[in-house]
Design a protein around this ligand. Sequence first.
Ligand SMILES: [Zn+2]
Length: 76
Amino acid sequence: MAKARRGRKPLPRRDTSSGGGGGREHWRADGQPKTRYPSSGDANRYALQALLEDGVQLDPYVCGICGDWHLGNRRG
Ligand SMILES: [Zn+2]
């Protein structure tokens, strides 16, 4: 008998046609998933560390895809 193989890979979709959005908050520009933080405390702690060490201001936010926290760059 044939064996049913199911391989699921979470590939990022690249929809460049009509805007739609969605998913960008979870993926980096490289196409790799962003670092996930289980709580706002973890995200804030890392954001503070990045600010002190690298001078980079990061903005913690809840991801609508995975439900965890990510850090986004702030411009301006
Ligand atoms: Zn996410």
